[in-house]
Design a protein around this ligand. Structure first.
Ligand SMILES: Nc1nc2c(ncn2[C@@H]2O[C@H](COP(=O)(O)OP(=O)(O)O)[C@@H](O)[C@H]2O)c(=O)[nH]1
Ligand SMILES: [Mg+2]
Length: 296
């Protein structure tokens, strides 16, 4: 098998990975908002990616709903670009996401594994609250992990691990049970500035992830944690606590007793306010930074 080359020397490729309902689509739907807010362009590379972007923006900004998930497979490819100035060079990040039924991560086809194998960076979404109830993350993680290892066995990094940079994202921090757990474990801080968004600081994200994996409700999540630490280099693994839909801040401030930005109306989840995503753009930017540093 030929060695895997980066897709483009200047533009690292990032692929999202996660079980059913871990929040992959929503991460991608709100990413443009986070990007625009930080001055990045979002450039769809093909028609399907453009339609996905338009649908996401219109659903969220006009209709205040999250787009309904399609059952069809869609491969999304956007370029995030922050134009340079006299003092700063232009930065471009390639984001690819394959939106598939979750079952495909349980029994991954070769093209999915090729996509993951050929990526410079992976973003793995972990929904702890779903894990506490369904205990199925390991099924979506494990089969994809073993297939990826098998595919990459002759293409490992000189340090003996997978060559990928990995961002492990603990998803849906705004979810009430998550806020509750984060408060209970004394992980939660709040931004000093309005809207005083709750956070788990990046420096504590890894410990928070491990703490959730050790929770007795999670059962097999420790195996995910152990495989992440065994298969990916610690120096290429980054941890974040994210919220794609952000927090509800009715009067310019988040109420810790009512932080959820989604409510059910007519059997559908409706946004209470325009999302301010937390740690959605940041992992992608950090990964790109880390990859370009590694290449120099
Ligand atoms: N509270 C909260 N819910 C989320 C968030 N992201 C996704 N969800 C919900 O989680 C469910 C699954 O999300 P989706 O993006 O479709 O997951 P996917 O199957 O991985 O693509 C949906 O009901 C979303 O509304 C988030 O950041 N916060
Ligand atoms: Mg989806």
């Amino acid at each position: 098998m030929p060695p895997i080359q980066p897709a483009d020397d200047e533009q690292p490729t990032t692929t999202l990975w996660g079980g059913t309902s871990s929040g992959k689509s929503t991460f991608l739907w709100t990413l443009p908002l986070a990007a625009y807010e930080a001055g990045w362009m979002v450039i769809p590379v093909d028609d399907e990616s453009r339609r996905f972007l338009d649908n996401a923006n219109q659903s969220i900004l006009r209709d205040q709903v999250l787009p309904t998930a399609t059952r069809a497979r869609r491969d999304i490819h956007w370029k995030l670009r922050r134009p340079g100035t006299r003092f700063r060079r232009t930065r471009t990040i390639d984001v690819r996401m394959t939106d598939r039924p979750g079952s495909e991560f349980q029994n991954p086809e070769p093209d999915l594994i090729e996509m993951l194998a050929g990526s410079d960076a992976l973003v793995y979404l972990f929904d702890a609250q779903r894990e506490f109830v369904h205990q199925d993350a390991v099924a979506f993680f494990g089969a994809t992990m073993t297939a990826l290892l098998s595919r990459m066995q002759h293409d490992l990094h000189p340090d003996g691990r997978l060559p990928h940079h990995l961002a492990v994202c603990v998803a849906k921090l705004d979810n009430v049970p998550m806020v509750h757990d984060a408060r209970r474990g004394l992980w939660l801080t709040q931004d000093a500035r309005p809207p005083f968004a709750p956070r788990v600081a990046d420096v504590h994200a890894r410990d928070f992830f491990e703490w959730l994996c050790r929770d007795r409700r999670a059962r097999a999540a420790s195996a995910i944690r152990n495989q992440i630490l065994a298969n990916f280099s610690p120096s290429r693994t980054h941890f974040y606590v994210t919220s794609a839909v952000g927090f509800h801040a009715p009067d310019g401030a988040v109420d810790l007793d009512d932080p959820d930005n989604l409510q059910v109306r007519g059997g559908q989840y409706v946004l209470r306010s325009t999302p301010r995503p937390v740690n959605v753009l940041e992992p992608l930017v950090d990964l790109q930074h880390a990859i370009s540093r590694g290449r120099r």
